[in-house]
Design a protein around this ligand. Sequence first.
Ligand SMILES: Cc1ncc(COP(=O)(O)O)c(C=O)c1O
Length: 374
Amino acid sequence: MSSRTIRISEPLLEEDDITLVLEALRSGWLSGGPYVEKFEEEFAKYIGVKHAITVANGTMALIAALYAAGVRPGDEVIVPCFTFAATAAAVVALGAKPVFADIELETYNISVEDVEEKLTRRARAIIAVHLFGHMADMKRLKRLAEEENIVLIEDAAQAHGSSLEGVKAGAWGDAAAFSFYATKNMTMGEGGAVTTSNDEIAWRVRMLRNHGQESKYNHVTFGLNMRITSLQAALGLAQLRKLERMNEARRRNARMLSEGLRDTGLILPVEKPGYRHVYHQYVVRVDPERVDITRDELARRLRERGVETAVHYPRALPDQPFYRALGYPPAEKICPNAAIAAQQVLSLPVHPKLTHEDIRYVIRAVREALGMEG
Ligand SMILES: Cc1ncc(COP(=O)(O)O)c(C=O)c1O
């Protein structure tokens, strides 16, 4: 057993984060107020949209975006088979029906061809997840959504600062959902935001977030409480101001990993031309035709050497007990690529707190675990 542990994810919290949170606390603003407004203004500007509306977390951001864009009970919403559970749960929460589309194995993102296959007259929306920090093919998805007259929502929970042809994730769809959970590219501990340039969607999200109140005790729409605190907003502001630095550190770590693991037989992540990958996760694929040991054995050997790994995600969503109980067929049948990914993916540490030496250690550990010289 190794005495050191390299963690799979760690938030980068520095003096500026602490200073701004303390400043917010000392200001007496605990709920809404200037920190929330400032964060929303700066985040909208950074993403390149008219509106950013903070909400309690990424799951609420998805629910709010779908609801505000008009998804209602009985509607079908196309979602990728291979994503975090919240993407599809948000659809279920609205009484709508997730329709699972397969992924491309190259980027792990939704396959546009399979979306076309799975579209029916009842389809109201598509959720494009930018998984692991690489954007989905938004140019084709946007064209398709326009042709079919359906809503396009981005799940950008893992893609703060990711872009395609210079346009950021969060600025492509009718609306987008971000998460600021502790492990994300930037964090508030817990938190979320909807971004959109559509004034009507923005208004509906604002109403939904705050009891449907247009003014105090004047409830003009359905609404709940999805607000964040000033302390979360202050942390978000400090994190946003160093997001580029943190993303560059992730990209540098990913470049080093890819260079050091080039000849191992592992299938490495790609950054397609025109895209900017922000490596929320650095995900390799352990294909039994190319590597002698299994994904789980590789993970075990890395753990022995003090390198934490994770499997994002061990099951395609249709294979989760919840969806099986609802009668969805197995992933193998409806999204075979997602079923393969679930068996073969392994996330290696790439977060911005890692030093060059840490990354060199990870590379050495992977090579040893695969039976190669260090
Ligand atoms: C792809 C994706 N969608 C949605 C979410 C939900 O975000 P949250 O945990 O903030 O509710 C997450 C993160 O957890 C995610 O990774």
